[in-house]
Design a protein. Structure first.
Length: 319
């Protein structure tokens, strides 16, 4: 019992320190970047503002306090559920996040589902013939998928779909799944494929290595020696015992997708978290960027905790 309590305490301290470090890092980086909310709002007209007007605007935007005061005001508000205000839209950041988070979450889920399915199948395909033709095909796919930038693939898909096929559902206003599921899935198709290919490459390489390692274990040789059907050996004994590294990679990639889909969301005009962060950086909206990044970080941490739980379900030896 004491061991379990120590593990939980250590995990909570690690999570708290990680989130605190991220919040400080983002806060500092935003202040180091030249410009502020005033210069972003007024542009070249900022130089024409009187000192009194500038002081009034700083008070309005909450940047008249010391750095420590600004950080504490934002963090205390975030903890209480007040993420701040988007001054350019006049909408609370909490409302913006409630609208953008489901978009990014759906995109990440679809991309992960596609990437893990393709990556695991290709890894299994490559591992069935190590050093052979199948392995060569899988390795080539992994190399191409890792080296192909997402913005290049996105641009190519848009060019072919819009110009040649005259089909581009992302040209319409974004449709939530509870409003128009058919159009929503069409709008999510291309970006999910682009991000899914990026996920499939590391999953494939991880799955291949894991399958090859498990195939050389003594219990696999024993099962084959006892005359167990080869299909059952591959899909039951090998696959189940090779899942842990795949689960790890899946959790990591899913977490990255939540905050790393900025370019893809921008290209395909999806109003997700990545696009919200990009808009906040462009307009120097400190609260928007800080709160959104911290929400992504919290989600990433929760995913890691879920991954640990899945470990125990997949491999009883960990329990």
């Amino acid at each position: 019992m004491s061991i379990l309590r120590n593990r939980i305490t250590t995990k909570l301290l690690t999570v708290a320190s990680t989130l605190f470090g991220i919040s400080v890092f983002v806060f500092v980086v935003l202040r180091v970047v030249p410009g502020d909310t005033i210069s972003s709002s007024f542009g070249i007209e900022t130089s024409a503002l009187t000192p009194e007007k500038i002081a009034s605007l700083k008070a309005y935007f909450g940047i008249d306090k010391s750095l420590l005061g600004q950080y504490w005001a934002w963090l205390s508000g975030f903890v209480s559920g007040n993420f701040g205000l988007s001054y350019h839209t006049g909408v609370p950041v909490t409302s913006l996040t409630l609208h953008s988070f489901p978009v990014t979450l759906e995109l990440a889920l679809l991309a992960t589902l596609f990437g893990v399915t393709v990556g695991t199948m290709l890894g299994f395909y490559s591992a069935s013939q190590p050093g052979g033709r199948r392995d060569f095909v899988g390795q080539i796919f992994g190399l191409l998928a890792l080296s192909l930038p997402s913005f290049v693939l996105s641009t190519a898909i848009i060019a072919v779909s819009a110009n040649k096929l005259h089909y581009f559902p992302n040209g319409f206003e974004y449709a939530p799944p509870w409003v128009n599921l058919g159009l929503n899935l069409q709008q999510m198709l291309y970006p999910a494929i682009v991000l899914g290919i990026a996920v499939a490459a590391p999953v494939m390489r991880t799955a291949r290595s894991s399958f090859i390692e498990v195939q050389d274990k003594d219990f696999i040789r024993t099962a084959i020696g006892k005359g167990v059907n080869s299909r059952r050996v591959r899909f039951v004994h090998v696959l189940r015992n090779a899942l842990n590294p795949i689960v790890t990679m899946t959790g990591i990639q899913f977490g990255y997708l939540l905050g790393g889909a900025v370019i893809v969301e921008q290209i395909f005009a999806l109003p997700g978290m990545g696009r919200q962060i990009l808009d906040g950086i462009t307009k120097r909206e400190y609260a928007t960027v800080q709160s959104t990044v911290l929400v992504v970080a919290i989600t990433f941490v929760l995913i890691n905790l879920m991954t640990d739980f899945i470990y125990q379900k997949v491999d009883p030896r960990i329990r």
